[in-house]
Write a protein that binds this ligand. Sequence first.
Ligand code: KE4
Length: 434
Amino acid sequence: MPRLARTESSKLFSRARRVLPGGVDSPVRAFGAVGGEPPFIERARGARIRDVDGRTYIDYVMSWGPLIHGHAPAGLTRALRSAVGRGASFGAPTAQEVELGRLVCRLIPSVERVRFVNSGTEATMSAIRVARAATTRDRIIKFAGCYHGHGDAFLVQAGSGATTLGVPTSPGVARATAADTLIADYNDLDSVTRLCRAHRESVAAIIVEPIAGNMGVVPPADGFLEGLRELCDRDGIVLIFDEVISGFRAARGGAQAVYGVRPDLTCLGKIIGGGLPVGAYGGRADLMARVAPAGPVYQAGTLSGNPLAMTAGIWALSNLSAPLYRRLAALGRRLADGLSAAARAAGVPLTVNAAGSVLTPFFNAGPVNGYASATASDTAAYAAFFRGMLRRGIYPPPSQFEGWFLSAAHTGQDVDRTIRAASQSLKALRAGDA
Ligand code: KE4
């Protein structure tokens, strides 16, 4: 049997593993949960990515959410080309930070003041620090399966890559730190009420993804977010919405605009930077007034608010329009309905949860409404389905517990081609030859 020539991606992956842990800079990219080796991407445009071996794919990872306008939109490229000639970073105030800050406060009314950082992780780490300072309490409540970045306080029953790789509670997190992180069940208000009662006067914050995206997509049950708001008002707890995924994705005003629940602090990322590294936290003026140098809560960052990233964020947020969200929602419904129909025709149990332009097909008879039901999904079936889609030129997230993202660049034809590929992959799965 002649040896297959090694692909350029495979050669790169071998070299990568000699210098980068696992060959990647973020665990989920290594395909550990779906088998095989990851293609190394050389370039992208619109809804398509191309790997170093010249293969192109319709992309549903979209850099894990930031690229609501698609890859390399012409306007963004022009804006960055113009900005880069004026310098990448000054470590000094710039007009661009003010412009993006005003945009964020206008789009998300609960955000009266905002601080830019460089990642969603920095945003959530900083938000709980503000909450602890404001309440002089130490404990936080998070939800099993929700992911808020890799800050120590959050790597307790975390979702996303932590769940994907089967390490929802990471080694290296100090026991004392983990002890201050209390775990409730998403969409289960009683589990939160019990923790608040048991730890009365010691809970500083409840942090929640208002639309969960890191156990796969799980929308909030009716009354869940309202119930958290009431609990926080009753017990003097800071309510933090981690809208790193849902911010500017669920609607221009984020999930809080969709559900009409006003958090005290909001964490943002992904779309806010248009693909460049930007995170942000913000909210009530009285809370944010505690952040240095206005107040004593220290938080800083060399590249925070740098003019290149701000330029990308300004372009990304300035080009969010009502017609864009209507079109994305229609595409999301078309893809969700098509995947469900393909699974029914193939006789494969599948539950598709969708929230506008982000969705997850769970290999699970359903319903999927929390961490327990999400993690009961057949991850081996997802892995086989994933490999079938990749072979057919579709690039979904390499994990059952992530969202599939649509963008302004995806077309109805892209979605129909994706559904055809899914139908073939599901039939092959059912026949046992995926
Ligand atoms: P970053 O530090 O990765 O910018 O943001 C952390 C974060 C915070 N909050 C939510 C709700 C998030 O989804 C994330 C990061 N999302 C994951 C994927 N779901 C990033 C992908 C990765 O880890 O490679």
